[in-house]
Ligand binder design. Sequence first.
Ligand SMILES: Cc1ncc(COP(=O)(O)O)c(C=O)c1O
Length: 411
Amino acid sequence: MTRQAQHGFVTSLESAWDGTCLDANLEHTLHEGRPLWVRYDLPGVGRAASREALAARPLTMWRYRELLPFPLGREPVSLQEAVTPLLRTDRLAAELGFRNLWIKDESRLPTGSFKDRGMAVAVNMALGFGRRRFIAPTNGNAGGALAAYASAAGAEAFVFMPRDTPTPNVIECMQYGAHTYFVDGLISDCGRITRDLTEELDCFDMSTLKEPYRIEGKKTMGLELAEQCDWSLPDVIVYPTGGGTGLIGMWKAFGELRELGWLRADTLPRMVAVQSDGCAPIVRAFEAGQRLAEPWENARCAAPGIRVPSAVGDFMILDAVRDSGGCAVAVPDDRIATWQRLGTGLTGLSICPEAAACIGALITLRDRDLVAPDEKIVVFNTASAHKYDHTYPCDVPVIDPSRPVRPQLRL
Ligand SMILES: Cc1ncc(COP(=O)(O)O)c(C=O)c1O
């Protein structure tokens, strides 16, 4: 714990495990090994902001600033984190046997993934605490986002990633000027290296849920979704789950909106956590009725963002899924590339492998009667397909220039 800052309507930090309250004006990481929630003076937020007042604000995630941990009078370091579109996808819906399927397309954010939301808030908070050096383990996208915000802030980033991280992610981190390292291992090994170096390099540790602020940035996915749906939430949210910050953040957002009285109905969406059968610790714990998830051995996954063998916020993910009446679903890893092609081909969106896993999960949800054909479903496309180079085989036909070309027609 060091240094002082004032953070808008934030009242305290609270242990997600045992409710211990800590001073939000001091810098904290985990409390006794468990993550912290940021708590707000919600009646105060309700007096300072309203659904109507929001309508006049610029279309960036900072429109929800009363519900973010950031000094109200200051301007954040920002890359213009635009509100991402929510698109109805009728062709994909018809293919999968649904009638009301939507995709929230996070690929439009500055570095092409939803990780920008969390890093935007966390980097600003760390700067507020006087920090200029950040460190994180990454499966790719978080590293890219951290590197970008560090670059925008004139700060320094250290990122540690598995050796098989997609090349576009690696290049991105290097181009933004981050100290970029491969680790012969998985993200959990990168996490251990990060932990060992944090103090030595005098860094602010940006590891998933080891600081309380990234989750607050991710919360804006839920706030935006609520506003885009005119304050009536969908029936089901299908989300690719690794460390869990996106799912936990959205669930927190819905709780805060309900407490503020901004939602039209009290029912909240059923949250579906999607993993691959090559790395499904949350699904296994969900099915076994456990609150904590055992680490997954020999994790493999075609969608790097959800190859997380052990999540420090496992119980927060499982609590959110269970409280919402949702479920956790594992899909066959070897089908992810096929679903990516299907999703991209039927939507025109740049579908990432993690969202492709969610498309596969929709088939399971349909077959197990866990979601009805008419229910309103929102899938999160958490990143752009351009950030990956391993799931898409370039099996294009080769033309001999000396022969006539006869393309195959589809329509
Ligand atoms: C594209 C993508 N989707 C989903 C995830 C899972 O993130 P989380 O479970 O922390 O929200 C990640 C994490 O790296 C990711 O990069």
